[in-house]
Design a protein around this ligand. Structure first.
Ligand SMILES: Cc1cc2nc3c(=O)[nH]c(=O)nc-3n(C[C@H](O)[C@H](O)[C@H](O)COP(=O)(O)O)c2cc1C
Length: 212
């Protein structure tokens, strides 16, 4: 089947993009309102795009009525947010944080989770997250119904057991983030496998043997 995106309705573009671009890691984004209220919401339009500077990106849609989500309001005002990575233990809490509640509701408390102070920014991080990143807004790119947030990572908090004994590399047995596929479908990273590069010489060797 062919899909010309210029001819598609916005919701059909959303359906196709989110059905086929996955799994997408989930950022449980915690922010602070000017009144000092905690806010948290999951975002799967999320990834890392640079390490120098360390830049993560979020894509946040307006609500169906066109009003900006609390996460965006808080990010615009404070320029700060925390990305809390999500594993199976945090999955249910993450879904609760995704419910549409007013800005007066602390979703971290609503989900029965615990917030801890951050080191360099005002928004609090989520204690149950295996890895939390304190971020400062680098820039915002505004579209009609969506804002793309580029955030610089200032500080990373990692649960000790999620790293190897030298504290350098992730321990795949203990750090298993979940990710979103289409609609309500998710995957967890409990079936990891190693794959090393074959090297160009062996690729040419194989081609030579097959006579192509
Ligand atoms: C797994 C998951 C991923 C989500 N990803 C996004 C996203 O990338 N962008 C977005 O605008 N909303 C996303 N949402 C919906 C928001 O989390 C939801 O609208 C939330 O209520 C916003 O809360 P806020 O008003 O406190 O910011 C996602 C929801 C779930 C459950």
């Amino acid at each position: 089947m062919q899909f010309n995106f210029a001819e598609l309705e916005a919701q059909d573009r959303y359906r196709l993009l989110t059905n086929f671009i996955g799994p997408r890691p989930i950022a449980l984004v915690s922010t602070l309102s000017p009144e000092g209220q905690n806010n948290a919401a999951p975002m799967s339009f999320f990834n890392v795009f640079s390490h120098d500077p360390a830049i993560v990106i979020l894509g946040i849609q307006t609500r169906p009525d066109g009003v900006e989500k609390d996460t965006v309001c808080n990010i615009r005002k404070s320029g700060e947010f925390v990305v809390n990575m999500v594993d199976m233990a945090l999955a249910e809490g993450m879904l609760v944080c995704g419910l549409g509640v007013g800005p007066e509701v602390d979703e971290i408390a609503l989900a029965g989770l615990t917030s801890l102070p951050s080191s360099q920014i005002a928004p609090r991080r989520i204690a149950e997250s295996p890895c939390a990143m304190e971020c400062r807004v680098d820039r915002l790119v505004d579209y009609d119904r969506r804002v793309i947030v580029l955030g610089e990572v200032l500080q990373m908090h990692v649960r000790r057991e999620c790293l190897d004994s030298a504290g350098r590399y992730v321990n795949p047995e203990t750090y298993q983030p979940i990710a979103r596929l289409h609609a309500d479908n998710y995957v967890t990273s409990d079936r990891q496998f190693e794959m090393s590069s074959p090297g160009l010489a062996s690729v040419y060797e194989r081609l030579a043997k097959s006579g192509t």
